[in-house]
Write a protein that binds this ligand. Structure first.
Ligand SMILES: N=C(N)NCCCC(=O)O
Ligand SMILES: [Zn+2]
Ligand SMILES: [Zn+2]
Length: 323
């Protein structure tokens, strides 16, 4: 049982695993308090169980539940960044945003409104997807609060394609939509981990014309890891940043439970280290998307996603502690 004293100034942390076994109790992200159990929040983790934008395998609507379940094992201290992310700021689980599975535009409005509510007064948000379409709803809300932001987009896919079967917004289009709507600072935005077959060479040319830079997955073989890390860090500079992690940036060996898997991807160690290399950036929001539990095995993918989420919150703690 969580004992909550609203007069307490200190953040309410996760349920203590010494007092209540980590596999017991109702599931919130990292066993954190629900939003209604804390007097305030600095960071809200929120599920977005939407997967009506997928072009191949479905199932990401079950992602938030699986990531929360995997996150029970997270411990309070992150040695990689020497930070206890739940100790210096109030992190809460805000539950799921109710969004219709039957209408993509309407779902995006619901996501934008839900995220907008959570980030009022400079609060930060972490979305658990859901397919990649949801990033557009989040970016619309982030734009309302901060103006255009830098995007660091980890993905096998560009997600800057045009309409699919005359539908302009799907999980293959969110960052084209975001650029066209003026939500991103192009010169500070990058894709990382891109690989796999495309529809044609024009996909890359179109992406470049939209203004993105790319770290291709194969460069992890030919370039020094630290150089790649610095390249990404330099690209974002001092801009407010949104990080979007499509779990399919990982090799299918590290993330089998996803809808559009591509061979030749990053290891989970590489991805986590890249995140840690961004320590100090002004991270205003983030998402982890495309976890599809029906295709997962032994929670491999949801464990990886829960650790990405934990390192994203750790990045938020670094900047929160400087504020
Ligand atoms: N955002 C993700 N995961 N996938 C987009 C793939 C779109 C396509 O295969 O055309
Ligand atoms: Zn992808
Ligand atoms: Zn994607």
């Amino acid at each position: 049982m969580q004992h909550i004293d609203s007069s307490d100034e200190l953040p309410i942390g996760p349920v203590d695993g010494q007092a209540s076994p980590r596999f017991a109790g109702l599931t919130t992200f990292a066993r954190l308090p629900r939003r209604d159990q804390a007097p305030r929040h600095d960071v809200a983790v929120v599920g977005v169980p939407f997967d009506s934008g997928v072009t191949f395998r479905p199932g990401a609507r079950f992602g938030p539940g699986a990531i929360r379940e995997a996150s029970r094992l997270l411990r309070p201290y992150n040695p990689a960044g020497d930070v206890s992310p739940f100790a210096s700021m109030q992190v809460v689980d805000a539950g799921d945003i109710d969004c219709t599975p039957f209408d993509i535009s309407k779902a995006l409005e619901q996501i934008q409104a839900g995220v907008g509510d959570l980030i009022r007064d400079n609060r930060r948000v972490l979305l658990l997807g859901g397919d990649h379409t949801i990033a557009l709803g989040a970016l619309r809300a982030i734009y309302e609060a901060h103006g255009p932001v830098a995007l660091v987009h980890f993905d096998a896919h560009l997600d800057t394609w045009g309409p699919y079967m005359d539908t302009p917004v799907t999980h293959g289009t969110p960052f084209r939509n975001a650029i066209e709507e003026g939500l991103l600072i192009k010169e500070h935005s990058a894709h990382v981990g891109i690989r796999g077959p495309l529809y044609g060479p024009e996909d890359l040319a179109d992406d470049e014309n939209l203004g993105f830079s790319i770290v291709h997955a194969r460069e992890f073989h030919t370039e020094k890891f630290l150089d790649i890390m610095q390249r990404v860090r330099r690209r974002v500079g001092d801009a407010p940043v949104y990080i979007s992690i499509d779990i399919d940036v990982l090799d299918p060996a590290h993330a089998p439970g996803t809808g559009t898997p591509e061979a030749g991807g990053l290891t989970s160690r590489e991805l986590l280290e890249l995140l840690r290399g961004l320590k100090g950036i002004n991270l205003v929001g983030a998402d982890v998307v495309e976890v599809s539990p029906p295709y997962d095995h032994a929670a491999v993918t949801s464990v990886a996603a829960s650790h990405c989420a934990y390192d994203l919150i750790s990045l938020m703690a670094h900047v929160h502690n400087q504020d």
